[in-house]
Design a protein around this ligand. Structure first.
Ligand code: XUL
Ligand code: CO
Length: 444
């Protein structure tokens, strides 16, 4: 899975060579302090635990504009006035960046890598042309596609949603885009295909038939699955929950909601979850909570690693720097058996005042190191401490006797009532939360 540095017609990041692991003592901002890709931890190399991926839309397309001002980022690869030439330059910059960073994967929306044309046919042709070049770049560099997706939210036609749009005509345009994006993902050997709800949701119930819109979404996903399988896509389809923004109410609001939806539309065999930290916190959950809900259902597919700003209520897509989040993430992932064919995609952007091109490297290096530390710490907590023992012990009364009989379904409500009478008032048993919190801190 090693990546070879690949530079196109022009070098976009001169002076930066392949980022090396230098260890925790290093003062070099362009070196890894903890992410040592081949270091074996908990039975496998770090790189296989994480399967890091670079998000094309933020790192190569994000100009840093906000509702109050224009973009601030230099994006030297986006200067050509010919949109297709600019897309080719951006592809060169992307593969140079990803290979210098040493990330094994990338992720894109159709419109990130190729511009929309004046017709569906022109858009399809644009995408095909860039996909052919990306395929060569992948072969040359060893970088792989973690997932592809379609942008069904930026174009004004999607203002009322794509597959949940009240207008069937708009839905057909969404279908054309998803078909082309699945084709591109398969052509590039993509390991997953993502659906993030974009504008699939509503702003006012007064003008919305929610039941009908959800049925359309279920049908749309079913037909997308059928098409993908027909053309030989073997990977997972992933749904990425988010509760709000851009719509006031997003249909895929959190992991539990999505699992219920997948069950209703009989999609559990083909779909898993792509879980993003900032979306979890917008849903008033912790990242670990969302991961655990998916893990318990056997549906943990892939992660968009980032974090929000704790004092506001929107999706700030910051680079993950909170060590606790990284530790708690690994405390769920390690016992689950790892991320499988998923990965960790940096759905994150540098702040709009971080305008040096090297800041893109520094931001990714920081998150990769944070997550590597999370792994090292979580592994020690799991293998050396009493963490699992303390948690397991709380459920000991179900391990034998009547507790075990209850779990087997052998005790009805009358029998349980009689046991309560016989056993009398239960003794208080402490949950020991602070003890466990202290124990985690002891390993940091
Ligand atoms: C938006 C978001 C998307 C998805 C892919 O909040 O997270 O970028 O990851 O469409
Ligand atoms: Co995301």
């Amino acid at each position: 899975m090693a990546t070879n540095v690949t530079i196109g017609a022009k070098e976009y990041f001169p002076g930066i060579s392949k980022i090396q692991y230098e260890g925790p003592q290093s003062k070099n901002p362009l070196a890894f302090k903890y992410y040592d890709e081949n270091k074996v931890v908990a039975g496998k190399p770090m790189k296989d635990h994480f399967r890091f991926a670079i998000a094309y839309w933020h790192t190569f397309c994000g100009a840093g504009s906000d509702p109050f001002g224009a973009g601030t980022m230099p994006l030297p690869w986006s200067k050509n006035s010919d949109a297709m030439q600019a897309a080719k330059d951006k592809l060169d910059a992307a593969f140079e960046f990803i290979s210098k960073l040493g990330a094994p994967f990338y992720c894109f929306h159709d419109r990130d890598i190729a511009p929309e044309g004046n017709s569906i046919e022109e858009s399809e042709a644009n995408l095909k042309e860039i996909v052919a070049l990306a395929k060569k770049k992948q072969a040359e560099s060893g970088i792989k596609l973690l997932w592809g997706t379609a942008n069904l939210f930026s174009h004004p036609r999607y203002m009322n949603g794509a597959s949940t749009n009240p207008d069937f005509h708009v839905l057909t345009h969404g279908a054309a885009q998803v078909k082309a994006a699945i084709d591109a993902t398969v052509e590039l050997g993509g390991e997953n295909y993502v659906f993030w709800g974009g504008r699939e949701g509503y702003t006012s119930l007064l003008n919305t038939n929610m039941k009908r819109e959800l049925e359309h979404l279920g049908m749309f996903l079913t037909k997308s699955r059928d098409y993908g399988r027909k053309i030989g896509f073997k990977g997972s389809f992933l749904i990425e929950p988010k509760p709000m923004e851009p719509s006031t109410h997003q249909y895929d609001s959190d992991v539990a909601t999505v699992i219920g939806f997948l069950r209703k539309f009989d999609l559990l065999n083909d779909f898993k979850l792509n879980i993003e930290n900032n979306h979890a916190t917008l849903a008033q959950h912790s990242f670990a909570h969302e991961l655990q809900v998916a893990a318990d259902a056997g549906l943990l597919g892939s992660l968009d690693v980032n974090q929000g700003y704790p004092h506001n209520g929107w999706d700030t897509d910051e680079f993950l720097k909170n060590l606790y989040d990284a530790i708690e993430m690994m405390l769920v992932l390690l016992p689950y058996g790892g991320i499988g064919k998923g990965g960790m995609n940096f759905d994150a952007k540098v702040r709009r005042n971080s305008t040096d091109l090297e800041d893109l490297f520094i931001a990714h290096i920081g998150s990769m190191d944070t997550i590597a530390r999370g792994l090292l710490i979580a592994d020690r907590i799991l293998s050396e401490s009493d963490y699992i023992k303390l948690r397991t012990a709380r459920y000991a009364s179900y391990d034998s006797g009547n507790g075990a009989a209850f779990e087997r379904g052998e005790l009805g409500l009358e029998a349980l009532r009689d046991l309560a009478v016989n056993m009398g008032e239960p003794k208080q048993i402490s949950g020991k939360q602070e003890l466990i919190e202290n124990l985690i801190n002891q390993y940091i």
